[in-house]
Design a protein around this ligand. Structure first.
Ligand code: ADP
Ligand code: MG
Length: 247
C-alpha cells in the first residue's frame, strides 16, 4: 500500500495513516468517514507544506506581527489604516505601501507584519533590501540572466524593498530598479521603506528624470505612511536614562 501511495504522491496520507487507522478502530468509523478523513489529511498536509514553502521562499529576516506592534508608542501611524491594509485588499488592487521615516520607528516591522498576513492568506512574498536587490541585478552579467533575476522579484504577489535611501545606486542599478518598479506596476504590490523623502530620490538614483518616472509609477496606486515618532530601539535606553536621572 505504501508503494501505491508513493506512486500517487499521497505522501501526507502515508504519514497520517497509522494515526487514522487507530482512530478508525477506536471510534468505529464508517467507511465514508474514514475515507473523508484520509483525503482531508492529504489536503491539510499539502496546504501546510505549501504554506511552509511560501514562508521560506519569502526570506523574511525575522517574523513580526501586527499584534506585537505597539501603536500607542507610534501615534503618527494610523492604526486604522494599518488594520485596513491588513485585510489585504492592497494585494488584490496591487496597491503599493510606502513607509517613510527615520530609523527605528517600525517601518520594517510593519512591512514584515503585512507580509506575514499575506503569506497566511496564501499569497507569495519576497523580502529584499534595495542594496541586495541592486547587487543581485548588477552582478547578472548578461541580459537573459538579468531577465531571469528580475523575474524572481516580479513574480511574488508582495515584494518588500527595505532600506531605500541608504545606498546610492549606480546608473545601471538605477535602471534595473526602474525596470522592476515598471514591471510590477499594476501587477504586484511593493511594500517599501525609506528614510529619504521623495525629493531626494533624484540624488539616490543619480538621475532626476528616471527618479520622477519611477516615483510616478510607484505612487500612482499607493498608500504613503509618514512616520515621525521616536525610535523604538532607543525606547528602553531612553527610559533607563530617565529612571537613572530621577532623584
Ligand atoms: P525601522 O525599519 O523603522 O528602522 P524597525 O521596524 O526595524 O524600524 O524597528 C526596530 C525594532 O523595534 C524592531 O525590533 C521592531 O520590532 C521594534 N519596534 C519598532 N516600533 C515598534 C512598535 N511600535 N511596537 C513594537 N515594536 C516596535
Ligand atoms: Mg528598517
Amino acid at each position: 500500500m505504501s508503494d501505491v501511495m508513493k506512486t500517487l504522491g499521497l505522501t501526507q496520507l502515508e504519514k497520517a495513516l497509522p494515526v487514522l487507522f487507530e482512530q478508525a478502530r477506536q471510534q468505529k468509523m464508517t467507511y465514508e468517514t474514514f475515507l473523508q478523513r484520509a483525503l482531508d489529511a492529504e489536503v491539510e498536509g499539502r496546504n501546510l507544506r505549501a504554506a511552509q514553502r511560501r514562508i521560506q521562499a519569502a526570506r523574511l529576516p525575522v517574523t513580526k506581527t501586527l499584534e506585537s506592534f505597539d501603536f500607542s508608542f507610534q501615534p503618527s501611524i494610523s492604526e486604522r489604516l494599518v488594520r485596513e491594509l491588513a485585510d489585504l485588499s492592497f494585494v488584490q488592487t496591487t496597491t503599493n505601501v510606502i513607509f517613510l521615516g527615520p530609523p527605528g520607528v517600525g517601518k520594517t516591522h510593519l512591512c514584515i507584519a503585512l507580509a506575514v498576513k499575506a503569506l497566511a492568506a496564501g499569497h507569495s512574498a519576497l523580502f529584499t533590501t534595495l542594496s541586495q536587490l541592486a547587487e543581485a541585478l548588477e552582478t547578472a552579467s548578461y541580459p537573459s540572466l538579468v531577465r531571469q533575476r528580475l523575474r524572481r522579484y516580479t513574480t511574488p504577489s508582495v515584494l518588500i524593498i527595505d532600506e531605500v535611501g541608504y545606498t546610492r545606486l549606480t546608473p545601471e542599478q538605477s535602471h534595473h530598479f526602474f525596470e522592476l518598479v515598471t514591471a510590477r506596476y499594476e501587477h504586484g504590490s511593493i511594500l517599501l521603506t525609506s528614510n529619504t523623502s521623495f525629493s531626494e530620490w533624484g540624488n539616490l538614483l543619480g538621475n532626476e528624470v528616471l527618479a520622477t518616472a519611477l516615483l510616478d509609477r510607484l505612487l500612482h496606486h499607493a498608500e504613503v505612511l509618514s512616520v515621525t515618532g521616536r525610535s523604538y530601539r532607543m525606547k528602553d535606553r531612553l527610559s533607563a536614562n530617565s529612571v537613572s536621572v530621577k532623584p
